[in-house]
Design a protein around this ligand. Structure first.
Ligand SMILES: Nc1ncnc2c1ncn2[C@@H]1O[C@H](COP(=O)(O)OP(=O)(O)OP(=O)(O)O)[C@@H](O)[C@H]1O
Ligand SMILES: [Mg+2]
Length: 268
């Protein structure tokens, strides 16, 4: 079921994270993800899904374990010691390889146009010329179907359009992996499909993507693998069809029954 580390773009090994002494939020999480895979993470509220994405993006530093994205590796075995230079350097490099889109649709800078939102980081962080950044941004906006919205301001966009701009903005930094934290949960139902379609298109192009989602049908149809996380542990990790029709663990069955009604047969 797990891929061999050699062929994995992302390796997460025995990742542990807690925010206080009261308890661990993530407990020995291990997953390997191949280049081009689309992996959905599902699980109850508070189980650690966002924390896992934030650790992967090094917005949170792991307490212990190993994290590898492409050729950059971050290892930590002594949470009681301050992170050393090598760790901080690896975290910085990993951040540069990972694009992230958050829940909600107010991620964009409101006083900048759609185009300026997408060109900002390539110009400021990558020191790209404004002409090159413009060309790059227009290519990304075309990819998400919003080239004709380039001159608009975020307040005039729908929620779905804003999320697609947020995806274009992340893509403009040429990430090796895209992370999404419930990217459609704040959208009107009729705008959800357009955002999910962008992820499917990126999957067809070979982008590696990890999505925390409550869109169970999407997770089942579009994912190479689904991770079921509960209480900070990976309970199951399998193909959507297997996980939804033959969940191997009673906790997965309970979750699917409560959230989707799927898995009833398997639970009986
Ligand atoms: N910065 C933080 N400081 C303290 N505790 C935190 C912090 N971030 C998360 N937690 C705690 O860690 C646990 C997991 O939170 P997390 O946001 O990862 O859950 P989640 O699975 O994303 O939930 P949801 O589905 O509601 O978004 C929760 O108990 C939360 O209160
Ligand atoms: Mg969350």
């Amino acid at each position: 079921m797990m891929n061999l580390p050699e062929e994995s773009l992302i390796v997460i090994e025995n990742l542990c994270k807690s925010f206080s002494d009261d308890g661990s939020v993530l407990k020995n999480v291990s997953i390997n993800i191949k280049k081009g895979d689309l992996v959905s993470i599902i699980g109850p509220s508070g189980c650690g899904k966002s924390t896992l994405l934030r650790c992967l993006n090094c917005l949170e530093l792991i307490d212990s374990g190993r994290l590898k994205v492409g050729d950059v590796e971050l290892k930590r075995d002594r949470p009681d010691r301050e992170p050393d230079e090598a760790m901080l350097d690896a975290a910085h490099k990993i951040r540069g390889k990972v694009g992230m889109v958050f829940q909600g649709y107010n991620n964009l800078f409101p006083h900048k146009t759609v185009l300026q939102n997408v060109t900002l980081a390539p110009v400021v962080v990558k020191k790209m010329s404004s002409e090159a950044a413009r060309e790059l941004a227009m290519r990304q906006l075309e990819k998400v179907g919003l080239a004709d919205h380039a001159g608009k301001y975020p307040s005039t966009l729908s929620g779905g359009e804003s999320q697609r701009v947020a995806i274009a903005r992340a893509l403009a930094m040429n990430p090796q992996v895209m992370l999404y934290d419930e990217p459609t949960s704040a959208l009107d139902p009729e705008r959800v499909g357009e955002v999910l379609q962008v992820m499917k298109d990126l999957d067809d192009e070979g982008m590696t993507q990890i999505i925390v989602t409550h869109e169970m049908q999407f997770a089942r149809d579009a994912s190479d693998y689904i991770v079921f996380l509960d209480k900070g542990e990976i309970v199951e990790y399998d193909h959507g069809d297997v996980l939804f029709t033959h969940p191997g663990n009673p906790r997965t069955r309970d979750f699917l029954r409560r959230f989707t009604g799927i898995g009833m047969a398997a639970a009986c």
